[in-house]
Design a protein around this ligand. Structure first.
Ligand code: HEM
Length: 372
């Protein structure tokens, strides 16, 4: 079930699987269900292995698994690895046991993403619709997997991730619009460009409406204490039984692994100065599903054509897109300050970046792309 662009953007074509029904995966599902409680009781590290005993041979079941099943397995094992490594209140560890590491690395290889929890598992494949005939919007979506328990972080964690899911769904029509750029440029179709930019600005505006709702259900205090601690990267961690037991390092989960903004930057021809920051953002593309990465790279910029069209409506609509992107980044910057920077001495993001000057620089550079 290869991803192709449709109205739900980078979300999977069909809603993620809510459960693996093959009996071979029964204990994996049980561990996923028990994970928040085990983490809360600080028992995950000691308890996880008993669920993943070698007496259950699920390797044959993995070989016959569908893509959707593989995604769910990858999501679960990514959570297991992060719950094992990031156990707040327990001493740090430098290894992931083979019962988690071996399947995780196999699934990562199969799905061509790094063996760590990344945005595609944390957000894109981690939701269900409450009313399956209703839209993918806040209020009609629920989370599949948590780190935190009800009454102590779960609802804020749900909201934090589901805001991203809603934004991804809203981006769908903008991605479809910019996907039409090559034909519009070929035909030198000014009307087509106007409509394309109109739709893009409109959807970016809808994404911003959701972005603005983050504080409604996820407080800075709970985010910092119950959401963020689990999504950091791994620094020189041995995956037992893999990579010749040579320690590995990977970046943590971050919205910078969402493909929406990079697609918009390509389509609008917004280029940032080369820096460590742009290197980081490029590296984040390695954590995206390969077809999403390909989609970003296939985008063509409409900026020159919009600038040269001489049509005031085109210029206005192009600038409306840049404005919406700026609004997104400005609100996002505010969250980075309120949810993280105000709470730490050494502000390094889950993605591992000194993000405050970096995010500010992105805003400044975006402003420079308004057409005069
Ligand atoms: C409380 C809410 C949020 C906080 C505290 C937050 C924090 C951060 C931080 C610190 C970075 C720095 C880079 C890194 O380490 O990778 C980042 C990057 C990024 N985040 Fe978020 N984020 C939040 C919500 C969101 C949402 C809802 C999205 C929507 C998809 C998102 C999309 C991005 C993007 C695209 C980047 C890359 C920078 C850019 O291109 O502007 N973030 N985020």
């Amino acid at each position: 079930m290869q991803w192709t662009l449709q109205d739900r953007g980078f979300l999977p074509k069909r809603d993620p699987l809510t459960r693996l029904t093959d009996p071979a995966f029964c204990e994996i599902e049980r561990l996923g269900g028990d994970l928040p409680r085990l983490v809360h009781e600080r028992q995950f590290r000691t308890g996880a292995a008993s669920y993943l005993t070698e007496s259950v041979d699920w390797s044959a079941a993995v070989k016959r698994a569908t893509d959707a099943e593989l995604e769910r397995l990858f999501m679960l094992f990514s959570y297991f690895a992060s719950a094992f490594v990031h156990s707040p209140g327990l001493p740090s560890v430098d290894r992931i046991p083979s019962c988690i590491a071996v399947p995780l690395v196999f699934l990562a290889d199969t799905l061509q993403r790094p063996p760590i929890l990344s945005y595609a598992s944390y957000c894109l494949h981690n939701w269900r619709r409450i009313d399956s005939s209703g839209p993918i919007v806040l209020g009609n979506i629920a989370l599949l997997q948590n780190f935190s328990i009800p009454g102590d972080g779960k609802s804020d964690e749900d909201w934090f991730i589901l805001v991203h899911v809603d934004i991804e769904a809203r981006a769908g029509a903008a991605l479809q619009a910019v996907g039409a750029a090559p034909e519009i440029l070929d035909r030198k179709d000014v009307l087509g460009l106007t409509a394309m930019l109109d739709q893009t600005a409109n959807r970016l505006h809808a994404m911003n409406t959701t972005m603005n709702r983050m504080p409604e259900g996820c407080s800075a205090e709970v985010y910092f204490r119950k959401v963020r601690p689990y999504i950091f990267g791994f620094n020189t961690i041995v995956y037992e039984g893999c990579f010749g037991n040579v320690p590995q390092s990977y970046r943590g989960e971050t919205g910078a692994q969402s493909s929406i903004v990079p697609t918009m930057l390509m389509a609008l021809g917004i280029q940032h100065q080369n820096s460590l920051l742009t290197e980081h953002l490029r590296d984040m593309q390695n954590y995206m599903p390969a077809p999403h990465r390909d989609f970003i790279r296939s985008q063509v910029s409409v900026r020159d054509f919009a600038g040269q069209s001489g049509d005031a409506r085109v210029k206005d609509r192009y600038n409306a897109c840049v404005s919406e992107l700026l609004a997104f980044r400005t609100r996002h910057f505010e969250y980075a300050v309120n949810y993280i920077e105000k709470k730490v001495d050494n502000p390094i993001a889950t993605g591992g970046t000194p993000y405050i000057p970096w995010l500010r620089q992105l805003i400044e550079e975006t402003k420079a792309f308004m057409l005069a």
